[in-house]
Design a protein around this ligand. Sequence first.
Ligand SMILES: [Zn+2]
Length: 264
Amino acid sequence: MLNQPFNTLNDQEMLRYARQILLDGWDIDAQTNLKNSNVLIIGMGGLGCPLAETLCRAGVGQLVIVDDDVIDESNLQRQSLFTPNDIGKSKALIAKEKLNKINDFCEVFAFQERLTLDNYQEIVKQFNKNSLSNFNLICDCTDNFKTRDHINQIAVKQNLPLLSASGIAQVGQLALFEPYKNSGCYHCLFHGEGDDSRTCATSGVLASTTQIMGNLQAQVALTFLGLNKNPIAQTLLLWQGETLSLRKLKFKKDLNCSICGGEL
Ligand SMILES: [Zn+2]
C-alpha cells in the first residue's frame, strides 16, 4: 500500500520516539512504518481530536484531516484540541495548527469540507497530485450513520482499510474493516439501519467516552500501521463506561451486502 518515497528516522526522531522503540515487539522498523504512513481522519470532534493527537505524537508521518464544522462552546467539554479562543473557527484548520505545535515531524493537511462520495477524489487530488488512493488507513470519526455509510462506500470502492469508531453518552463502538480481505464492511454490520435520532446533541456524552474511544482507535491504528496487524479482525469492540466493560463481538461478511457483497 505504500507508494510514497520511503523515509528513514533521523537522530532527533530516534530520541523523540525512544520510549516507543524500546517497547517489546515494537522496533525501529515499526516506528519507520509509522513515519511512512498516511492517514485520512474524517471528523475532528470528540473522537478525531484524541485520535489525531495520539497519532501525531506517536510519529505517524502524514495526517489528512477533513471536517467542515466550526468550533462551538458545547464542543470544548470533550474536543481536546480546542480552547475557548477557538470558538467560531474551523475545526480542521485549528486542529492542524495545534498538531503542528505538538510534533513538526508529522505533516498535517486540513480540509474544511464535508467528505462525500463526490468530492473524495478531489480532496485526494488536492492532497497529492500524483496519486489518487494512497492512504494507508481511513479513520471514521464522524457522528452519524449516514455519513459512516458513505465513508464505508468510499473505503470499499478504494479497497482501503477503514477504522470506524463511535461514542455517545457512556458507550462506544470500534471496528477495523479490511474490504480487500473479503472479510466484511461497515454495511455488513449495520445494513444502513443505524438510528440517527440519537446524537451527542440529543443524548449527551461524557467527556471520557470520546477520549477513550478515540484512543482505542489510536491503539488499533498504531498496531495496524506499525506492525501491519489487525488486532480486532472481524470483531466489533463495545465499550460500556458505566460498568467499565469492554466486550468483543465477532461478525461475518454478509454475502448479500449491497456494498461489498457481490464484487469482492
Ligand atoms: Zn459489506
